[in-house]
Ligand binder design. Structure first.
Ligand SMILES: NC(=O)c1ccc[n+]([C@@H]2O[C@H](COP(=O)([O-])OP(=O)(O)OC[C@H]3O[C@@H](n4cnc5c(N)ncnc54)[C@H](OP(=O)(O)O)[C@@H]3O)[C@@H](O)[C@H]2O)c1
Length: 400
């Protein structure tokens, strides 16, 4: 394990040492004239985990953190918070994207000019993956999907792609930190196919790169989340919320920004997070019912639930899965009735006692009530300030 870690780091240092030494004197001369040796200008970032990087500046957006990170899956939910945190400390972020040029556009503004570099790639084409990794010294993989499509199976997106990236990163030789984002609850014995695929990915990555860090976040909450937003939409549209089972499944939802902070903290440490797996759950355990109560409370509506036993919920979501590869057109994206997510809900998903957690990365995760769920005020019928007293909560009957 240690051997591979040293080998990777050593190769990088060997490759870069010639160029660094030849430029050193130029930098020293330059520093002499611009006063950069003054402690005021010293970067406060401890990027020891990513080795001997050339760092400059005060540690803000216009400084140079030395990190050049390729963030696969940066166009998604967690990606926007992670890229923002990397960019604001002066890292260069290479953003591989597929499809539309629009998908990485919101990320461009997060960094200094030229620091966020969208690069078109094809996740099935080895050369294009190599091209987006070529200049990087850090690789972070956020690719994942909680439903299948006609083109991509759970296994391909959540396992094979992750394994492929790790193999290419290993061949690259200059990747000093590799971070894989998996899921809390990922296990070979999980009832969910996606979580089994995630577990297989973890195993494959640690086989290829034993010094990789694995982050296993719980359900993530935030402005673009895929749990409270669909719930609020559904509740507003239909006047009730389906609760799978009896709503007693326990989860440990986490604020998305804290997960991004955990990834950055791992990059900035002295390498102690290398080869480790972290389970990132929020500070509080919620049952699905309690989380739905929090949602209703924040959108100022009276709760109305329909409890749907698991067999019925699975039967309702089954047709999409059966028809997926049988009809010649794409099926709608499942939101609340997602068969695989319902399977996952049949068991509690909590951070285990013995796991490494946020504490071990020096982060105190935020509670959900308050700032982390404030985005839900957009669903209040009477505007953001509506319903400061409980008597102002709306009943579905008063909507007309
Ligand atoms: N959201 C949660 O509550 C949660 C909880 C625990 C763990 N996780 C895991 O954390 C990671 C990030 O989550 P997220 O919520 O940010 O995910 P997300 O919003 O769904 O974004 C997923 C990213 O993966 C990319 N992707 C999906 N399918 C792909 C494919 N076939 N080929 C190439 N790229 C593909 C997407 O690219 P496009 O934009 O091109 O589609 C997007 O950039 C994922 O691995 C997820 O499994 C999420």
């Amino acid at each position: 394990m240690q051997g591979v870690s040293r080998r990777l780091g050593h190769q990088y240092i060997k490759q870069s040492s010639t160029s660094i030494s030849s430029f050193k004197s130029i930098y020293q001369l330059h520093d002499h004239y611009n006063g950069a040796e003054n402690p005021r200008f010293a970067s406060t970032l401890a990027t020891k985990g990513v080795g001997h990087l050339v760092r400059k500046g005060t540690g803000g957006r216009s400084s140079v953190s030395g990190i050049v990170a390729t963030v696969f899956g940066a166009t998604g939910f967690l990606g926007r918070y992670l890229v923002q945190q990397l960019a604001k400390m002066g890292s260069q972020v290479l953003v591989p994207f597929r499809g539309s040029e629009e998908s990485p556009r919101h990320l461009k503004l997060m960094g200094d000019l030229g620091q966020i570099v969208p690069m078109k790639y094809n996740p099935r084409d080895e050369n294009s993956i190599k091209a987006v990794m070529a200049k990087a010294n850090v690789v972070i993989n956020l690719i994942g999907r909680e439903y299948e499509t006609r083109n991509y199976s759970f296994e391909e997106v959540n396992h094979q792609m992750a394994q492929h990236l790790a193999v290419i990163a290993k061949e690259h030789g200059g990747i000093m930190r590799y971070i894989q984002v998996s899921c809390l609850g990922a296990s070979p014995s999980s009832p969910s196919r996606m979580l089994r695929a995630k577990a297989a990915a973890e195993e494959a990555i640690l086989r290829e790169l034993p010094e990789a860090t694995v982050m296993k976040p719980a359900v993530m909450i935030g402005t673009e989340d895929r749990i409270l937003n669909p719930w609020a939409h559904f509740a507003k549209k239909y006047g009730f919320l389906p609760l799978m089972g009896d709503g007693s499944t326990k989860i440990q939802p986490v604020y998305v920004v804290d997960v991004a902070s955990a990834i950055v903290a791992a990059l900035k440490d002295d390498g102690s997070s290398m080869g480790k797996t972290y389970e990132l759950g929020g500070p509080e355990i919620y049952t699905m019912h309690q989380l739905a109560e929090l949602m209703y409370d924040t959108i100022r509506e009276w709760p109305h639930y329909v409890k749907i036993p698991f067999p019925i919920a699975k039967a309702v979501s089954m047709p999409r899965e059966v028809l997926l590869n049988k009809v010649p057109f794409p099926m709608p994206v499942p939101t609340i009735f997602n068969l695989d997510a319902i399977e996952a809900l049949t068991t509690d998903t909590l951070v285990s006692e013995s796991a490494l957690k946020f504490d071990d990365l020096g982060i105190a995760p935020r509670k959900l009530k308050g700032y982390a769920t404030e985005f839900l005020i957009q669903y209040r019928k009477g505007g953001p300030n509506y319903g400061s007293t409980v008597s102002e909560k709306l009943t579905p009957k008063s909507w007309s």
